[in-house]
Ligand binder design. Structure first.
Ligand SMILES: [Zn+2]
Length: 222
């Protein structure tokens, strides 16, 4: 096994602990995958395995048609959706799926989460959009994710009546988007129980999003 592939197995296994740490998943629902850079491969969680048992060796390597290349177990039942995203969006290096509570409550009502928090403008660049209703079993979920997120600044989509899919340049970024999506879904829900949230002007959303992408966080000093 290549060193790169081994590192990605470790990273994907470890990132699953973030889903439980942030209470984004119940039982064995939810999954993280990562593209293997330079190869038409992805690493994804096995189906129906307890989170405590998700070791690097338990991770499944698939090609980008979702066919298992290496691994003893069946891959996540969402593998086809992840694979479709990697095929259609070459800039995506990581995909996450959860049924996190508050975000899925918005998905159940088919309502986009409006951009009423600066943290949303930062991370999502606007509202978190809703994707179409789609049954599992073919490429419909993948198509719904791609058609909603392509050309959209949000790395998260609320698939109607289902849950959240997030994308990122790598798997960690996609996990971060899933954590932040649930966080703002909860806060905006609470805000609405108190009264109508106040929208943020588009120009301010643009300024916040731009600053967050270019200035926020640790950067090398010149
Ligand atoms: Zn699901």
């Amino acid at each position: 096994m290549s060193v790169q592939l081994d590192e990605i197995r470790h990273a994907v296994a470890r990132l699953h602990t973030e889903l439980t740490r942030y209470s984004l998943v119940a039982w064995t629902a939810g999954n993280v995958s990562a593209r293997v850079p330079g190869e038409d491969l992805m690493v994804i969680k096995p189906s129906g395995v307890d989170y405590d048992d998700l070791t690097p060796d338990a991770m499944i390597v698939c090609d980008l048609d979702g066919v298992v290349v290496s691994g003893d177990l069946a891959p996540s039942s969402d593998t086809a959706a992840h694979a479709y995203v990697y095929r259609e969006m070459p800039e995506v290096g990581g995909v996450v799926h959860t049924h996190s509570t508050y975000a899925s409550a918005w998905a159940a009502r088919g309502e986009a989460i409006p951009c009423v928090l600066t943290a949303m403008a930062d991370e999502f660049g606007g509202e978190i959009p809703v994707g179409p209703f789609a049954l599992i079993g073919n490429d419909d979920i993948g198509k719904g994710i791609v058609s909603t997120l392509r050309g959209h600044r949000s790395p998260a989509v609320l698939m109607r009546n289902h849950g959240v899919f997030t994308i990122g340049a790598d798997a960690r970024a996609a996990v971060k988007a899933a954590v932040m999506c649930e966080d703002v879904a909860r806060t905006v829900h609470l805000a609405r129980t108190l009264g109508p949230p106040i929208p943020i002007a588009t120009t301010d959303i643009d300024a916040l999003h731009d600053r967050y992408r270019t200035v926020y966080g640790q950067r090398p000093r010149p």
